[in-house]
Write a protein that binds this ligand. Structure first.
Ligand code: EAX
Length: 300
């Protein structure tokens, strides 16, 4: 039996963890007990950026992560983090299951990473402890934690907020200590990390779509036989579809739970936020190429 270490940085109730367990289940169904996957959840082996670094050198074999920190390893990945780029989950699936997704997965190889499949973190919403957010002006001066992602940081600067980049573990501590005013994450992350305990206001801005990925150390992937590589890719794909369904089917119900748990939910006019963040496109389309951004926007 070949043993692989799989790590992630979210709680064991979060969809990434459920997806990782599904991946193991499917792999076992397809390959019997030839592979043993040990899951290290909940930031045990470090933050997402650190997990990707360890994946590159091979001390960790598989990682589930958001694309948040990936732009620092593979600049092409940053295009997916542009605000209001994805219209809905159907648009998301058409992009990431099509040629654009394949190209993005291939771009990871030069960083010693094999992208096995796109999973999902989700559309990101804004929480804060200072005031309900109805329009961009309400964000003025708010100290908002963002992921370590320059497109996210720039987008919040254009919004008039005061963004500060942090790993997720640091963000949780800062939220508990009240040293920051807010953060932004999908509903499933807000719920599975108890953010409702220390954040009062939730604005359904859905300002970024946050993809996730199941990644594998490239050398380890290439050491597999061609048929076993197919098995790993197939298991990653099927587990990814399961993980997306878990997020999407529970979204409405989880949002109701957040309200019951005391969060005050606002539904701002998202077009105001899109307009406020739009200048970040000018800043980045020279880097990503207008063609790729247009290709994503034109995907049905
Ligand atoms: O990947 O760091 C973040 O805010 C991520 O969205 C979260 O931990 C899941």
């Amino acid at each position: 039996t070949q043993t692989f270490k799989l790590a992630h940085a979210v709680s064991t109730t979060a969809p990434y963890h459920l997806g990782a367990e599904k991946f193991v289940e499917i792999l076992t169904k397809l390959a019997g007990d030839r592979f043993e996957i040990q899951i290290f959840p909940n930031k045990q082996l470090g933050s997402e950026r650190s997990l990707v670094e360890q994946l590159q050198i091979g001390t960790i074999d598989l990682v589930v992560t958001s694309t948040g920190p990936l732009g620092g390893f593979v600049p092409e990945m940053l295009v997916v983090d542009l605000p209001f780029l994805f219209r809905n989950t159907q648009h998301v699936d058409h992009v990431f299951e099509g040629p654009i997704g394949k190209t993005l997965l291939a771009s990871l190889q030069k960083a010693s990473i094999q992208g096995l499949a796109f999973w999902e973190n989700g559309f990101r919403n804004l929480t804060n402890n200072r005031r309900p957010v109805i329009q961009p002006e309400d964000c003025r001066g708010l100290i908002i934690r963002t992921m370590e992602n320059e497109v996210h940081l720039e987008s919040f600067r254009f919004l008039g907020a005061n963004p500060t980049p942090m790993a997720w573990g640091e963000a949780l501590t800062a939220l508990k200590q009240g040293t920051i005013d807010g953060q932004e994450n999908p509903i499933n992350i807000i719920y599975t990390h108890g953010i409702y305990d220390f954040q009062e206001n939730l604005a359904i801005t859905a300002h970024f779509y946050s993809p996730a990925l199941l990644l594998m150390n490239l050398k380890k992937f290439e050491s597999l036989s061609p048929s076993d590589q197919k098995i790993f890719l197939e298991a990653a794909q099927v587990a990814g579809r399961y993980e997306k369904e878990v997020i999407r089917q529970n979204e409405a119900e989880t949002l109701k739970k957040l309200e019951t748990l005391g969060m005050r939910v606002t539904r701002p006019d998202r077009s105001l936020f899109r307009k406020a963040m739009a200048p970040v496109y000018e800043k980045y389309q020279s880097r990503f190429g207008e063609a790729l951004i247009q290709q994503i926007l034109d995907t049905p």
